[in-house]
Design a protein around this ligand. Structure first.
Ligand SMILES: Cc1cc2nc3c(=O)[nH]c(=O)nc-3n(C[C@H](O)[C@H](O)[C@H](O)COP(=O)(O)OP(=O)(O)OC[C@H]3O[C@@H](n4cnc5c(N)ncnc54)[C@H](O)[C@@H]3O)c2cc1C
Length: 428
């Protein structure tokens, strides 16, 4: 077993006894991707002992250089990372999203001249969010986890089993090591084993689409503008990164996306150019290229006895609004607050009674966003003439009515709904 902060001997020396009924830790988090580390940092700050487990080595999860991946983080997600001390302007090097421009087009017609323009000057809070490169976000998270003495990390060890016992839950690693805690949280991604083993079922369907993810350098500055271009095959998102560079999430029909992904960089660029347009001048590829087949996958429960799930383990939605990670961070902020309050009251943090408020808090928001992204994808990803007229009419209305524009902007910034304290930038 490889422990990032302590050797296995250190843990036994500290009194860990895998065979006694005494918990080794308070909270076991499975999944050290993006949501797991944020939860570990949030709950460790309340004095609880946390063990964070991932199947992969840190070096594999932490990209060494720029690889083309970036996330649009809502304003409230940034506030949360700031409140947790994870956000360091000099290291995270994020690009504020000043404006968002949305357009739609039909096959063979090019981009519609009707643009909806969301201007940050219309919102008193300022920019709706920012775009951060995957490498900077992961590095910030992993450094914060490493330096937190309340967090024990176990890497390169998949969790293969879990068992709820009176007063606790035990999980078993592939090498047979068993770990006992009060609460097990699954942040283990779309194919969450924690959810499956807890008997949590999922609903959803495949989109016959896949997203091509890459970054491009361009001649002209983006001026902090993010673009969402709705096309019949699927949306194209252009997210501004520092400098004359943008991250691309380019959705196509699944077969065509696979074909494009398999092409040489030159042919890939040749396919991208007509979709991207030339408003930012000449473009060239920067970093790597990724392919993500898309589906909708929602867990029907977010909790089970001594188990909670969060992030992609609880929901995988269409990436067209760039909200997947933001949704996960909203789970984490709510769950951390629920756990901290239960611990303060002296309540059992793994009990269904304590966890129920987490599920109630998150299910409505999650289902709403999943339905919204699904509906938008259906409305915009087609070539139907009637729907095109409805879309352009709708876009004209949003563009003309300032109140409507501000509602959409506040939604994109994550400022709507019953916000947990961390999303308000306050400690839990
Ligand atoms: C094309 C695309 C573009 C996107 N763009 C955006 C965007 O702009 N903004 C945004 O907010 N979101 C975006 N998202 C969504 C975002 O990428 C995800 O929501 C986010 O990465 C989920 O993080 P997570 O920590 O929940 O899961 P993951 O990052 O999947 O982490 C899961 C971790 O669990 C570990 N694990 C799995 N099984 C086990 C096991 N048995 N034992 C131990 N460890 C295990 C894995 O090794 C992994 O490290 C996008 C998604 C896609 C597909």
């Amino acid at each position: 077993m490889i422990l990032a902060t302590h050797s296995p001997m250190d843990n036994h020396a500290k009194g860990y006894n895998m065979h006694s009924m005494r918990p080794d830790t308070d909270i076991i988090i499975v999944g050290g991707g993006l949501c797991g580390p944020v939860l570990a940092i949030a709950v460790a700050g309340t004095g609880l002992r946390v063990t964070l487990i991932d199947a992969l080595p840190v070096a594999t999860r932490r990209a060494a250089g720029f690889d083309g991946r970036g996330y649009a983080l809502a304003l409230t997600s940034v506030r949360m990372l700031q409140a947790l001390g994870i956000w360091d302007e000099r290291r995270t090097r994020a690009q504020p999203i000043l404006d968002i421009k949305v357009a739609c087009c039909r096959t063979g017609e090019g981009t519609s001249p009707r643009l909806v323009h969301f201007n940050h000057r219309d919102m008193e809070e300022g920019p709706m969010g920012c775009v951060i490169e995957d490498r900077f976000l992961r590095a910030a998270l992993m450094d914060a986890v490493k330096s937190d003495t309340a967090i024990t990390q176990i890497n390169e060890h998949p969790v293969v089993a879990q068992e709820t016992t009176p007063g606790g839950i035990t999980c078993t690693l592939k090498d047979g090591t068993r770990l006992r805690g009060q609460l097990l949280v699954g942040c283990d991604g779309r194919h969450s084993g924690v959810a499956v083993r807890a008997g949590i079922k999922r609903i959803g369907w495949n989109y016959d689409q896949a997203s091509l993810v890459c970054a491009v350098d361009h001649e002209r500055p983006h001026n902090g503008v993010a673009y969402q271009l709705f096309r019949p095959a699927g949306p194209l998102a252009i997210l501004p990164l520092p400098g004359n560079r943008s991250a691309i999430v380019w959705t196509e029909d699944r077969t065509r996306a696979g074909d494009i992904h398999g092409q040489t960089p030159e042919d890939y660029l040749a396919a991208l150019r007509p979709v991207f347009g030339n408003f930012l001048g000449a473009i060239s590829l920067a970093g790597g290229r990724f392919l993500h087949p898309l589906d909708l996958s929602l867990a029907v429960r977010f909790i089970a006895p001594r188990v909670a799930i969060a992030g992609d383990a609880a929901h995988g939605i269409h990436p067209l609004a760039g909200q997947g990670l933001n949704l996960g961070l909203r789970d984490i902020a709510s769950l951390a607050e629920v756990i901290a309050e239960a611990a303060r009251r002296g309540q059992d943090i793994g009990s269904v009674a304590a966890l129920r408020s987490y599920e109630t808090w998150r299910r409505f928001d999650t289902a709403g966003l999943a339905a919204a992204t699904d509906g938008l994808n259906r409305l915009f990803s087609n070539d139907c003439g009637t729907l095109h007229s409805m879309r352009t009419l709708g876009m004209d209305v949003v563009n003309k009515v300032g109140t409507l524009r501000r509602i959409f902007m506040r939604e994109a910034a994550g400022l709507t709904g019953d916000l947990p304290r961390l999303l308000q930038g306050k400690p839990i």
